[in-house]
Design a protein around this ligand. Structure first.
Ligand code: FCB
Length: 422
């Protein structure tokens, strides 16, 4: 089998249809409505327009499509039997993909927790890990015969940080380091889900982490220490326990980790999903600060519309770090998200961005890292969380008034690249 070229999306960011098919409320419905923010009520209306989106995928020529299942479509109240209409939607989607020869890559949790579970503490509550495993089993019962690669969680670091530490994302809690139990419970849920998936014959199981090399900005020892602390939090905390190590010591209350949890989390994986956007600039905090690091902009690089610096070498660095750090324990890697926000249907900056990052992956492969796939974030312009519809990551432009899809220059470029690599 050759290298996998794909694109990624997630349920709440594209589906809309939030009150259809018996779907329950998610924390993102609550968070956006409560705060008067743009919502995913309609988003790209993919719930109704998925045949058109599958046709776009087929024309693009990708061999795989990474999407997520909305937990509140399957368990509207966060527990109990599977909602048949919810399963039926993904059933149709998976069949439509397979009919076009596109491999479905299914993420079970991309941040849209059922509101009912948040009402009993969300990921701060250990029980949510068990609920997640139960839900994973229900999805696998329906789809393990056709979905090859299963991804348990998307970016538990980002979900913990923006959802529970700073409150910029749903569920909007601002607990700083008090959010760490939400990380452990997600990882425990991952481990428990791996067992459920395997019991149902899932062919391959992975988790997707967000990674960001921590670059010290300043030459003092304190800056180095701050960067190492940030690296332990962002990168190692979510990877060490997958590969049989204890958590790095960054303040998780040991009582949160029960006997046997680390063994569950270290269940063998078939792949590691890597999402990369940019490195993080880190400095020692000034004066009395609530956190042991300051995050600072990395200057001197081109920037996307999000203000994120464009640094393809950071991807090569981080792939190299994973191999060096985890060695034989590291399974094959799929870059499950890589992309950028730019306006316009003619988007030469996105072409430059993707070209640079794909070259970085090639360089990492030449360095000896086992990378098997690359997925562009995203197929469509979509609901970009706290940014609403203001940041466009798609290879396909979406007019959110009319829902007209228009492939961008970058779509044609990626299609040509995929064709040429066959
Ligand atoms: C990642 C998320 C994805 C998207 C991109 C831009 O952190 O996984 O949903 O928002 O960022």
């Amino acid at each position: 089998m050759g290298f996998t070229w794909g694109v990624s999306t997630s349920a709440y960011q594209i589906e809309g249809g939030v009150a259809e098919g018996g779907r329950g409320l998610s924390i993102w419905d609550t968070f956006t409505h409560k705060n008067g923010l743009p919502t995913g009520d309609i988003a790209c209306d993919h719930y109704h327009r998925y045949p058109e989106d599958v046709a776009l995928l087929a024309d693009l020529g990708v061999s795989a499509y990474r999407f997520s299942v909305a937990w509140p479509r399957i368990q509207p109240d966060g527990s109990g039997p599977a909602n048949k209409d919810g399963i039926a939607f993904y059933d149709r989607l998976v069949d439509a993909l397979l009919e076009k020869g596109i491999d479905p890559v299914l993420t079970l949790f991309h941040w849209d927790l059922p509101q009912a579970l948040e009402d009993s503490g969300g990921w701060l509550n250990r029980d949510t890990a068990y609920r997640f495993a139960e839900y994973s089993g229900l999805v696998a019962d329906a789809l393990a015969d056709r979905v090859r690669l299963w991804i348990t969680l998307n970016e538990p670091f980002i979900h913990m940080t923006l959802g529970y530490a700073t409150g910029e994302h749903a569920p909007g809690q601002a607990l700083l380091f008090g959010a760490l139990p939400a990380a452990h419970h997600q990882l425990l849920g991952h481990g428990l889900a791996v067992a459920e998936l395997r019991a149902r014959g899932a062919a391959a199981v992975a988790i997707t982490n967000n990674y960001s090399p921590a670059w010290p900005q300043g030459d003092t020892e304190a800056d180095q220490i701050a960067a190492a602390t940030y690296h332990a939090l962002h990168n190692r905390f979510f990877t060490d326990p997958l590969f049989g190590r204890d958590y790095p010591e960054i303040g998780l209350d040991p009582a949160v980790v029960h006997d046997g949890d680390l063994d569950i989390i270290a269940a063998p994986l078939d792949a590691l999903g890597v999402n990369y956007y940019n490195p993080t600039g880190v400095r020692a905090p000034a004066g009395v600060a609530p956190l042991p690091f300051d995050l600072v902009p990395l200057d001197g690089y081109p920037k996307t519309d999000f203000g994120w610096p464009v640094i393809p070498d950071g991807l090569r660095e981080l792939l190299g770090w994973l191999k060096q750090e985890y060695g034989e324990a590291l399974p094959p890697i799929h870059v499950t998200e890589s992309g950028c926000a730019y306006e316009g249907v003619d988007d030469p900056q996105r072409v430059t961005y993707l070209d640079g990052h794909i070259k970085a992956v090639r360089a990492a492969i030449e360095d000896g890292v086992d990378v098997r796939g690359y997925f562009v974030w995203s197929l469509l312009d979509n609901f970009e969380w706290a940014e609403g519809y203001s940041k466009r990551f798609g290879l396909v432009h979406v007019d959110f008034e009319t829902q007209v899809r228009t492939p961008k220059t970058s779509y044609a470029w990626y299609r040509d690249l995929i064709r040429a690599s066959r």
